[in-house]
Ligand binder design. Structure first.
Ligand SMILES: C=C(O[C@@H]1C=C(C(=O)O)C=C[C@H]1O)C(=O)O
Length: 99
């Protein structure tokens, strides 16, 4: 690959990444927005925000789906998403408690 071709590949790859990043943010916000209903359901059921059994199920499921990404990275990515969801649930429950 010559330099001109390499520059073209780099620029086109970055355009593709920018589009994927926008889609990822949209999906992460969509996933996190479900915290509202989940927090309300847990309040009504009198159950805690954190459900480790459910988290372990998700980790195992995602690792089986992923073919390219190292399992440790999958674990870290999903932990971040789940932590984000739990924080959102806590925020919503605090708002409900404080009126
Ligand atoms: C969303 C939930 O609450 C928490 C967050 C989870 C997640 O982000 O997937 C999974 C389990 C819980 O620790 C749930 O109970 O389903």
């Amino acid at each position: 690959m010559d330099k001109a071709e390499a520059l073209k590949v780099l620029q086109e790859s970055r355009v593709a990444i920018d589009k994927i990043d926008e889609e990822l943010i949209y999906l992460i916000e969509k996933r996190t927005s479900l915290a509202k209903d989940i927090a309300s359901a847990k309040l009504a059921l009198g159950i805690p925000i954190e459900d480790k059994k459910r988290e372990d199920y998700i980790q195992d499921k995602i690792k089986k789906i992923s073919k390219e990404i190292d399992g440790d990275f999958i674990n870290k990515i999903m932990n971040i998403l789940m932590e984000l969801n739990k924080k959102e649930q806590e925020k919503i429950l605090r708002r409900n408690t404080n009126g």
